[in-house]
Design a binder for this molecule. Structure first.
Ligand SMILES: Nc1nc2c(c(=O)[nH]1)N[C@H]1C(S)=C(S)[C@@H](COP(=O)(O)O)O[C@H]1N2
Ligand SMILES: [Mo]
Length: 358
C-alpha cells in the first residue's frame, strides 16, 4: 500500500485480492427456477419490476467503494458496476410521504436491511450487477445486490428482489435480530446498539461471576475481578473486559465478536466449543492480554487482534502474552491478517509460517 490509507476506527485491511463472504450462503434454493426480477413497491406512484436483463440494459455506472465489514475487515476500492438506485426510483415516482427504503432479498429468510431514503440517495446506493468488470458472483449477491458506501457492509443487501418505499422504517434482519446499529456509520463506529441492562441485574451478574447463556452485548465489565467467570454460550458481542482479571474464565461457545480484552488476565481461560458451537472471537482485541495456558481450540479468529497494528493506533497496547502453553490451531491463524498471523506464530514459538492462499 503506497499512500497511507485512512481506515475507520478499529478496522483492518484484508489481504489484497481477498474478499471474504459473510452471512447467508446464497439465494433461496427453493426458487432457483423462477426468473429474477427486482420490484419497486410501496409509496410510489407507479410500481414497477425489472428483470436482470432489463437492469443490464439500463445506463450503467461504475463506483469504487471501500467495504467496511462490522467484523473489522476492510477492503478498499472495490469496483462495482450497475444501476443507481436513483434511476429505478425516478421511474416509479416516489410519493411525498416516502422516508425510508427497505431492501428485501430473495433468500430463505427474506433477509432485509433499510436506509433513510435521503441517505440511500445521497450515498449513491448502487444496484450492483458487476464486480471488477465481471458479473457479480453468486455468493457475493449475484445477480444483483445493493452496495452503499460510508456504511458497514451489512447495509449492502445481497440477492436484491424488492425495494419497498416506506413512510416508517422497517428494521432489517441484523438490526432487529442481532442488535446491529441501524445507522451503521463506520467512521463513528456505530456497530451495535448497547441494550440497557438493568442496573440491579448487572451488579448481580458481576457479583455471581456468571454470564452463562445471557445476552449481554456491549456490557461494561472492564477493570474488574472476574476470576473464574462462567460465560458459556453467552452473547457478549462488543463487551468490555479491558484490564479485567479473567484467569480460568470459561467462554466456551460464547459469541465474543468485537469484544475488548486489552490488558486482561486470561491465564488458563477457555474459548472452546460448547455443544458443537465454537467460540466466536471475530474482531476481538487481545492486545496486552495474558493468554498463557489459555485454550482457543476451534475458536473463530477472523480479524482478531493480538499484536499492535502500528502508527494508526491511538491506544498503545503491546502484544498479547502467548507462549507454547497457549492452545491455538494452525487453521485458526489463517483467519488472521498476515501481519497478525506472523506476530502470533512467532509468539507461539512456531517461527515463520508459509503464507497460504485461499
Ligand atoms: N441477503 C443477505 N444480504 C446480506 C447478508 C445476508 O446474510 N443476507 N449479510 C450482510 C453482511 S453482515 C455483510 S458483511 C455483507 C457481506 O457481503 P459479502 O459476503 O459479499 O462480503 O452482506 C450483507 N448482506
Ligand atoms: Mo457483516
Amino acid at each position: 500500500m503506497s499512500s497511507p490509507l485512512s481506515l475507520p476506527p478499529h478496522q483492518q485491511l484484508v489481504a489484497p485480492g481477498k474478499w471474504p463472504y459473510v452471512g447467508e450462503p446464497g439465494p433461496d434454493p427453493a426458487r432457483r427456477a423462477e426468473p429474477w426480477r427486482v420490484r419497486v413497491s410501496g409509496l410510489v406512484g407507479r410500481s414497477r419490476a425489472w428483470s436482470v436483463e432489463e437492469l443490464w440494459a439500463l445506463p450503467q455506472v461504475e463506483a469504487r467503494i471501500d467495504i467496511h465489514c462490522v467484523t473489522r475487515w476492510s477492503k478498499p476500492g472495490a469496483r462495482f458496476g450497475g444501476v443507481p438506485l436513483q434511476t429505478v426510483l425516478d421511474a416509479c415516482l416516489p410519493l411525498a410521504q416516502a422516508r425510508f427504503v427497505s431492501f428485501v432479498a430473495r433468500s430463505a429468510r427474506s433477509h432485509s436491511t433499510s436506509l433513510p431514503l435521503a441517505d440511500a440517495l445521497a450515498l449513491d446506493t448502487l444496484l450492483a450487477l458487476s464486480y471488477e468488470g465481471r458479473p457479480l458472483a453468486d455468493r457475493h449477491g449475484g445477480p444483483v445486490r445493493t452496495v452503499v458506501r460510508e456504511r458497514y457492509f451489512y447495509k449492502s443487501l445481497k440477492w436484491l428482489e424488492e425495494i419497498r418505499v416506506l413512510a416508517e422504517d422497517a428494521l432489517g434482519y441484523w438490526e432487529k435480530e442481532a442488535g446491529y446499529h441501524n445507522r451503521a456509520d463506520p467512521w463513528q463506529e456505530q456497530r451495535y446498539i448497547v441494550p440497557h441492562i438493568d442496573n440491579q441485574l448487572y451488579r448481580r451478574l458481576l457479583k455471581a461471576r456468571d454470564f452463562s447463556d445471557r445476552e449481554l452485548l456491549g456490557i461494561r465489565a472492564d477493570g474488574r475481578n472476574l476470576t473464574g467467570l462462567r460465560a458459556r454460550r453467552a452473547v457478549l458481542r462488543d463487551a468490555h473486559f479491558e484490564r479485567s482479571q479473567l484467569n480460568g474464565a470459561c467462554f466456551d461457545g460464547a459469541n465474543l465478536s468485537n469484544a475488548h480484552f486489552e490488558g486482561a488476565r486470561l491465564r488458563k481461560a477457555s474459548f472452546c466449543a460448547d455443544r458443537g458451537r465454537a467460540a466466536d472471537l471475530e474482531g476481538a482485541d487481545f492486545r496486552g492480554a495474558d493468554l498463557r495456558g489459555a485454550d482457543l481450540t476451534g475458536a473463530s479468529l477472523f480479524g482478531a487482534t493480538f499484536c499492535p497494528e502500528g502508527s494508526q493506533d491511538s491506544e498503545d497496547w503491546g502484544s498479547a502474552l502467548l507462549d507454547q502453553t497457549t492452545r491455538i490451531e494452525p487453521a485458526g491463524l489463517d483467519r488472521l491478517t498476515p501481519r497478525q498471523r506472523d506476530c502470533v506464530s512467532k509468539l507461539l514459538g512456531w517461527g515463520d509460517i508459509p503464507s497460504r492462499e485461499e
